[in-house]
Design a protein around this ligand. Structure first.
Ligand SMILES: NC(=O)c1ccc[n+]([C@@H]2O[C@H](COP(=O)([O-])OP(=O)(O)OC[C@H]3O[C@@H](n4cnc5c(N)ncnc54)[C@H](O)[C@@H]3O)[C@@H](O)[C@H]2O)c1
Length: 366
């Protein structure tokens, strides 16, 4: 683990660095063009990122690549599908590329997952450079090598583990990130506080003061610490056979909320936020561990949303949890806390025990 503030190392079978900079895209372009001895590159970019940052991006990349072809991916989860994947693959294969031509994938988790899977598949694997542009992608989705797309049978069910060569987070991108997208990243950062490092809670408090709330530079320390935590976990368990499940804290409850309420009613961040509250309650009820939820109380005040529409739908929420990808031998699998920073896997033998957890959670988010 490299502890310089702007760099984190992921120690999987293949090592790669996560670089964290502000307004330094040209540095990345230089590193990549020299590292791959390539004056050509492909850029797969999110529609809104292209809209806001096109001139800055092109100026920085054009200085280092003679040939740069760009594919703009329509914004939103719906782009993570077979059609878009097929179009992108055809586009890559029509370009004058070789196996070592780097593919720069610039966007949030949607474009990261989709573009990463394209890089994994074209010519049996081309160098993938992740350039995450949302807070969530910087602290979570660009790290760890999960790539893929959705299918009518489920979310993220087609894909591959494919590690990038570099993850380059430039906080310059965060300047245009819409308000509602910050919550998605924030929930994952809070999750790192619960499962690994409660000190992150005070960092968030400092960054979230009125003056700093959207100042990307103030977020650097939090992004760095979060990336470090994710890197530590995925380095130890690249293929999700053990401790990587801790990253799922709050998510089994959260996915049920997202599903039952129809995707889009609640953001992923809101659903996971409520899911973490439920997981804290479950830790108290099933393990007898008191968990300090005050950080959730604080942020619930600032980011108000109501779960009241789900009040009569608890049986559906529970049966949705039984369909979760993480179910083992038909039993719901939860990540609970022995204490803050000490997560533990827990198998739910009788789903009905979840009823009071849901009742209390829904009552809390009124
Ligand atoms: N691979 C993993 O390990 C992993 C982990 C968590 C989540 N995910 C996936 O990530 C996806 C969610 O990612 P997300 O929250 O980043 O959403 P997203 O990629 O849809 O981006 C959110 C929105 O912000 C816009 N946007 C992106 N960057 C911007 C910028 N700098 N300025 C202005 N607008 C910008 C996008 O166009 C989009 O409308 C989901 O598909 C989820 O499954 C993957």
């Amino acid at each position: 683990m490299n502890n310089r503030l702007n760099q984190v190392r992921v120690e999987s079978k293949k090592h790669y660095d996560i670089m964290l900079e502000h307004n330094k895209l040209g540095v990345l372009a230089k590193v990549v063009s020299q590292g791959y001895n390539s004056n050509r590159a492909l850029l797969i970019v999110d529609e809104w990122v292209h809209h806001y940052h096109r001139d800055w991006v092109v100026k920085n990349l054009n200085n280092h690549f003679n040939y740069l072809s760009t594919y703009v991916v329509p914004s939103g989860e719906k782009s993570k599908n077979m059609t878009q994947f097929g179009r992108l693959l055809s586009w890559v294969l029509e370009q004058p590329v070789e196996r070592n031509t780097p593919i720069l994938v610039m966007g949030g988790g949607v474009v990261g997952d989709l573009g990463g899977f394209v890089a994994a598949s074209a010519l049996r694997g081309m160098p993938l450079i992740h350039i995450p542009t949302t807070l969530l992608a910087m602290v979570d989705s660009s790290i760890g090598g999960k790539t893929g797309i959705n299918h009518t049978s489920g979310k993220n069910v087609i894909g591959a583990f494919y590690q990038p060569e570099i993850v380059f987070s430039d906080t310059q991108f965060l300047q245009t990130l819409p308000q509602k997208e910050w919550m998605n990243g924030l929930s994952e950062i809070l999750k790192y506080g619960f499962i690994k490092d409660p000190d992150i809670f005070s960092l968030i408090d400092q960054a979230f003061t009125k003056e700093n709330s959207k100042n990307p530079e103030k977020w650097s320390e939090i992004i760095h610490r979060s990336a470090q935590i994710k890197a530590e976990i995925v380095s130890e368990d690249t293929l999700e056979k053990g401790i990587r499940e801790y990253l799922n804290f709050g998510h089994t409850f959260g996915h049920a909320i997202e599903n039952i309420a129809d995707y889009g009613t609640f953001s992923h961040g809101e659903a996971v936020f409520a899911g973490m509250y439920a997981a804290c309650l479950a830790s108290e009820m099933f393990l007898g561990n008191q968990v300090d939820k005050s950080i959730l109380h604080d942020y619930a005040k600032h980011h108000h949303f109501s779960l009241q529409s789900l009040r009569n739908r608890i049986p559906e929420l529970i049966s949705q949890m039984q369909k979760d990808k993480k179910v083992k031998n038909q039993h719901i699998r939860l990540v609970l806390l022995n204490a803050i920073g000490v997560p533990v896997g827990f198998t739910v033998e009788k789903p009905d025990v979840l009823k009071p957890i849901w009742q209390n959670t829904i009552a809390y988010f009124n």
